[in-house]
Each structure stands twice: as structure tokens, then as C-alpha cells.
Design a protein around this ligand. Structure first.
Ligand code: FAD
Length: 436
């Protein structure tokens, strides 16, 4: 059914990342015609590295018809392993192939972030109604009047743009969030984890068919090597042409926070993981010099509110989540899919504020839970007491439902992967609207 406000509702989306392009695609698929996306970057290129596509995200992409684009460049993981960092001994293997698709309808996939973004952009472009404005930086918001100021990066000229609805998906360093919190007299509560992360990749051509490393590329498994205060998680992407690794370690360099593009030192990275097993050492040594990214990991406490008048935050702007349960993109795109359903129910523009409140009520409990679960997971992984840690992992085999690594725990999978955000929004919107 065509939404009542399909032709007239002017939706302006800030940020062409996962949440922003997800919103554009969700609204275009729903039938909305006036959709603008404003993105600071001059081009949408190959930035980033591996990203996870769990079943709750795959279900949404499938509904929008863009899953095949992601899948053609991704990898369906069949197993996920947790290993001791120094001995390389497997502590736990979760056989995704036995239940993921059977129970949740989709395999657990990985791909390059650029492939996911490309799929969303191509899907949005194919609808013919999404206008993407690149090289446009949002400098100011006026939430009372639902308008924002855009600066053109080339000409440096500025203009104010008026909207019926602003969806601010401007990422972990969100300017929209800062303005909203300031207006409400609140602060963004951030806890320094004292941890940092490296993001690194090795291309298959670099291993020269080394038989010890080849299975990382030709196989379809993920690996998490854990040790005291540190771990490395790794998986293939780009149909096995790249092996993606991301690490967690004590932040000794006081690196920049919340950034995806700051360089780190390869020598320091090698020193940090010098006691990891030889297979891992070989991989780390093959990382091209200059291709090490490093940033500080911080916990952003759940925000009290995501909306201000007719504007709402989306994705990392309102619930940045540590990478330890691999739900960052999935939760941002779930937000987008929920907004696609809820804005379609609007009968009149007078109800926009109510509609955004319903969005917040529907989404916030789930994303708050994801934020807290991801934060808790790193504590379990970096235990100092190796023997009790190993005993906990060994116990997994008997029970299957719980795993000390929450990313692999079936009870967590039940909550995350069975969830169908579109069905939940359809089911609950009337009851939620009735509360306002
Ligand atoms: C450059 C980059 C690389 C990343 N690499 C990875 C990765 O390798 N693996 C991974 O798991 N996650 C990565 N992420 C994060 C991941 O995309 C997000 O955690 C998640 O997908 C949530 O998406 P989001 O849309 O909320 O935020 P993001 O995907 O971060 O998108 C936010 C967008 O808003 C734009 N923006 C910000 N401020 C403004 C402004 N003032 N005006 C206009 N536009 C603005 C940004 O340029 C960005 O395109 C990366 C993010 C970025 C920005």
C-alpha cells in the first residue's frame, strides 16, 4: 500500500553510511518520493574493512532485494572458532552450518564494508527517487524549525535546508547528537575502556600460497585468538581474496577515539602481539606497511532520548556499539527498516513527533541491550585466569546454548537473529501509537 504521505513528506537524511543509506532505501521501497541524503565525503569509496552480515541484517537486505549484491562479494561462514592466542589450541567451535540458516533463515555472512554500502546505494539509485548529495558537510541544526545548515566542501558556500523530518545517521561522532544533548542539558556519557583496536588485512596474493595460511582464505571460518587483555578476530571477505583482522589491546598510545581512519604503527602492532602463535605472527608480518589503522575503544552509555521535535538519530549516532558482538551495521539498518514501516503509517504531518517517539520506543530497548552486551563481552574474553577460562569454553560443547564469547552464544543468537524488525514494527505500531 502506498503511504498516505508518500508524495509530500520531505525526508532529509544526514550521512550516507549504513544507517543513512538504509533509511533512504527503506523509505524509497515504501513508496516515498522526496528523499534527500547529505554526505560529507566527496565520494563513497573503498573505506573500511570487513563487516559482519548476521541473519537479522540479511533478512532486511533480502526484503529490499539487495542481498545478492552483498553475497556475490562476501563469504558465508560455516564455523566460528575461539582459540588460545599462544598455543593456537581451539577452545570452542560453533558450527554455524548446522543451525544458522535452518533456524534463522540466512547464513552468517561477512563482506567488505564498501560492498554493503554499494548494495544500499545501488538499491536506492534503482528506485529513482533518492537524491544523494556528496561533499556536503552539515555544520548546524535547528531542531525547533527542523532545518539544518549545509556547507559545500568545494565552494565553501552554505545554505539552510528545511525538512519535514530529519534522520541524522551521522555516525559515532554525530554532530546531531551533540546538538540534541546540548539542547536538553545532557551530556554524552563516555567511558574509556583503556583499550584500543587495530584493523588490518592481508591479501591472498601476499601469502604466496603458503599452505599454513591458505585455509584462512579458502576456508569459510572465523577465528578469535584470545589472551590476557588482548584478542584478534579474523575472517575472510571478498570471496576469500582478503583476510580481515581486527584486534583489541590495551591502549598504550593514547590514540584517537572513535575514528575509522587514523593510522597506527606496524612495528607497535607486531610488538603488541609478539607472543601470539606462529600462524598469527606470519599473518601480522604480511600486513602492508602503512595499512595499519588504530583507534581507541570507548563505551557510549545508552542515551536517554534519540529524538528532538521532528528529528531523530539513527545508527551509531544514537547507539554506538563496541565491535565485540558484530552488530553495528545490523542495528543501524534495523533502525532504518523500522523507520520505513513507521513513517509509512503516518496519516498527517501533525503526527510526525508521535511517530518518531514510537520509533524510539520500538528500537531503544533492543539497541541498549546490544550496547551493554557488547561491552560485557570484552571482559569475558580477556580473562587473566586461563584455566577457569578454558574450563568455561570446554563446558560449551555439552550445553551448546551459552558460550563465554557472547558473539557465539546461542542464547544471544536467539535474541539477535530471530528478530524480524519489519514484522515487529508492523505488529507493534498501533499499540505504541496509542500511548501518545
Ligand atoms: C570511514 C568509515 C569506515 C568504517 N569501517 C568499518 C569497518 O571496516 N568495519 C566495521 O565493522 N565498521 C566500519 N565502520 C563503522 C560502521 O559503518 C558503523 O559502525 C555502522 O555500520 C553503523 O552505521 P552508521 O550509518 O550509523 O554510521 P557510519 O557508517 O559511520 O556512517 C556515518 C556517515 O555520516 C557521515 N557524516 C558524519 N558527519 C557528517 C556531517 N556533519 N555531515 C554530513 N555527513 C556526515 C560520515 O561521513 C558517514 O558516511 C566505518 C565507518 C566509517 C565512517
Amino acid at each position: 500500500m502506498v503511504p498516505p504521505l508518500a508524495d509530500t513528506l520531505k525526508v532529509h537524511i544526514i550521512g550516507a553510511g549504513m544507517g543513512g543509506m538504509g533509511c533512504a532505501l527503506a523509505l524509497a521501497k515504501a513508496g516515498f518520493k522526496q528523499i534527500n541524503v547529505w554526505e560529507a565525503a566527496p565520494a563513497l569509496g573503498e573505506v573500511g574493512a570487513g563487516i559482519n552480515i548476521p541473519p537479522n541484517l540479511a533478512r532486511i537486505l533480502d526484503g529490499w532485494g539487495v542481498l545478492p549484491i552483498v553475497r556475490s562479494e562476501g563469504v558465508d561462514l560455516t564455523k566460528a572458532n575461539v582459540l588460545d592466542c599462544s598455543t593456537d589450541e581451539i577452545l570452542s567451535t560453533v558450527r554455524y552450518e548446522d543451525y544458522m540458516e535452518k533456524d534463522y533463515g540466512y547464513p552468517f555472512m561477512t563482506c567488505h564494508r564498501a560492498a554493503l554500502q554499494r548494495a544500499l546505494v545501488q538499491g536506492a539509485e534503482a528506485t529513482g527517487v533518492v537524491k544523494l548529495h556528496l561533499g556536503q558537510y552539515i555544520t548546524e541544526y535547528d531542531f525547533d524549525e527542523t532545518r539544518f545548515q549545509v556547507k559545500d566542501k568545494d565552494s565553501q558556500s552554505t545554505q539552510w535546508v528545511e525538512a519535514d523530518v530529519i534522520l541524522a545517521a551521522d555516525g559515532i561522532k554525530s554532530r546531531a547528537r551533540a546538538v540534541m544533548l546540548m539542547r536538553k542539558g545532557e551530556i554524552d556519557e563516555v567511558t574509556d575502556t583503556a583499550q584500543a583496536a587495530y584493523r588490518i588485512m592481508v591479501r591472498r596474493s601476499a601469502i604466496k600460497e603458503d599452505p599454513e595460511l591458505l585455509p584462512f582464505f579458502t576456508g569459510t571460518q572465523s577465528y578469535r585468538w584470545i589472551g590476557e587483555k588482548r584478542h584478534i578476530i579474523a575472517y575472510p571477505i571478498e570471496s576469500g581474496d582478503l583476510f580481515n583482522m581486527s584486534t583489541t589491546q590495551p591502549d598504550r598510545n593514547f590514540v584517537q577515539a572513535d575514528t575509522w581512519t587514523a593510522s597506527g604503527s606496524k612495528a607497535e602492532m607486531l610488538a603488541t602481539f609478539h607472543d601470539f602463535c606462529p600462524r598469527v605472527q606470519k599473518l601480522l608480518n604480511l600486513v602492508p606497511e602503512g595499512d595499519v589503522l588504530e583507534w581507541k575503544l570507548r563505551i557510549h552509555e545508552p542515551l536517554p532520548e534519540w529524538i528532538d521535535n521532528r528529528s531523530a538519530l539513527v545508527g551509531d549516532a544514537c547507539h554506538p556499539t563496541l565491535p565485540h558482538i558484530a552488530q553495528g551495521a545490523a542495528q543501524a539498518i534495523e533502525d532504518a527498516a523500522a523507520l520505513g514501516v513507521l513513517l509509512s503509517k503516518l496519516q498527517t504531518k501533525d503526527d510526525i513527533v508521535k511517530c518518531l517517539r514510537v520509533y524510539q520506543d520500538l528500537r531503544k530497548p533492543r539497541t541498549d541491550w546490544a550496547v551493554l552486551t557488547a561491552s560485557a563481552n570484552s571482559r569475558g574474553l580477556h580473562s587473566r585466569d586461563k584455566s577457569s577460562r578454558d574450563a568455561e569454553f570446554k563446558a560449551v560443547a555439552k550445553d551448546g546454548m551459552t558460550n563465554p564469547d557472547k558473539m557465539l552464544s546461542r542464547d544471544v543468537h536467539e535474541i539477535l537473529f530471530r528478530y524480524d524488525v519489519v514484522a515487529e514494527a508492523e505488529k507493534n505500531y498501533q499499540a505504541l501509537f496509542a500511548e501518545y
